[in-house]
Design a protein around this ligand. Structure first.
Ligand code: COA
Ligand code: ZN
Length: 301
């Protein structure tokens, strides 16, 4: 059976690096270029946000200038029009904006109400679309919020309604602090696909409670073909208590590879990049395949 390709988007440079102590710009560029060299076709490389809110990424402009832009779509996360203008000046291919389904998390993250964020996103969309670039909306805390708990899918539907009515059509369902379970993922996707049949949905899942791969698989079986992940499984939201890393990119790649589902990156090169990142960060990363090797790598008897 020939399977449809799965798009893996690397978020190491943004979601990953925003959770680390300061990493030198040159080292960031080396890591991102390794990820590109491994064949990843979409990368969220940085964010153009307030340097007071996320000082770890205050070098966004420099990073954008020096990464290898061939054969890859580079995305930057932005919180407002100012960020959109910076991102366009740096010739991003796409921008990611973010709004939380949870009112409390949204205020912690961007100091605005959900409604204010939605208005801001619509304004950003007009600006970025007129520049011919794509806008994707990350729906943080889709599957539950560390402050407000788990909610019904209609909370997500309400947020999406206002945005789709204004032309936005690409959404990342984000499990910011790993509260999702596979059944919930399937149920939410079924409802959202039913309510918004012509939108593109992708999944941005954190592995906070070890359910990341199971949730990705549930998403895959529900028809999702686009997933975010980060090298070695680093990352998290600085404005959500208990947040930890994404699902490790090389672990996700390994799972799809084993299932004969086509993906772009080369697994061996991804593992090499994850090991390099581990050296740069100086601590053991949570990724598992980078420690165990490929399941097809045999040992001497
Ligand atoms: N890029 C660079 N600087 C920015 C900026 C941007 N996109 N947006 C605002 N700033 C600067 C302002 O110029 C101002 O600087 P100053 O104090 O030197 O004058 C400062 O940041 C505060 O700006 P203000 O508009 O008052 O914002 P705020 O303090 O209400 O913060 C956000 C709101 C959204 C800008 C801020 O919370 C933010 O950037 N959050 C990012 C959250 C994030 O990345 N979360 C992780 C990903 S989910
Ligand atoms: Zn994240």
């Amino acid at each position: 059976m020939i399977h449809e390709k799965v798009m893996l988007t690397d978020v190491t440079g943004r979601d990953g690096f925003q959770m680390e102590d300061w990493i030198e710009t040159e080292e960031k560029i080396i890591i991102i270029n390794e990820i590109i060299a491994a064949g990843v076709k979409r990368i969220e490389a940085t964010s153009f946000v307030s340097p007071k809110a996320v000082p770890q990424l205050k070098d966004a402009k420099e990073v954008m200038k020096h990464i290898n832009r061939e054969n890859v779509n580079i995305i930057a996360l932005i919180p407002n029009v100012k960020g959109a203008e910076f991102a366009l000046e740096s010739s991003v291919d796409e921008v990611n904006v973010v709004v939380s389904v949870s009112e409390t998390h949204n205020r912690k993250n961007v100091k605005k109400s959900v409604d204010e964020s939605l208005e801001g996103i619509i304004e950003i969309y007009r600006l970025v679309e007129s520049a011919g670039k794509k806008v994707n909306v990350g729906l943080a805390t889709t599957f539950g919020c560390p402050f407000e708990g788990i909610y019904e899918v209609n909370r997500v539907t309400e947020v999406m309604k206002k945005l789709t009515a204004n032309g936005l059509s690409s959404f990342m369902l984000a499990d910011t602090t790993g509260m999702a379970n596979p059944l919930q993922v399937s149920n939410f996707i079924k409802s959202l696909k039913g309510a918004f049949p012509s939108t593109d949905l992708s999944l941005h899942l954190h592995n906070t409670r070890g359910m990341g791969l199971a949730n990705i698989l549930a998403g895959y079986h529900s028809g999702i073909r686009s997933f975010d992940a980060s090298l070695g499984g680093i990352g998290g939201c600085p404005f959500a208590p208990g947040a930890t890393g994404n699902v490790a990119l090389e672990d996700v790649a390994h799972m799809f590879y084993q299932m004969n589902i086509p993906i772009d990156p080369n697994l061996t090169k991804l593992i090499r990049a994850a090991k390099k990142l581990e050296e740069v960060l100086g601590y053991k990363l949570p990724g598992q395949v980078m420690k165990a090797g490929l399941s097809t790598d045999l040992h001497q008897a």
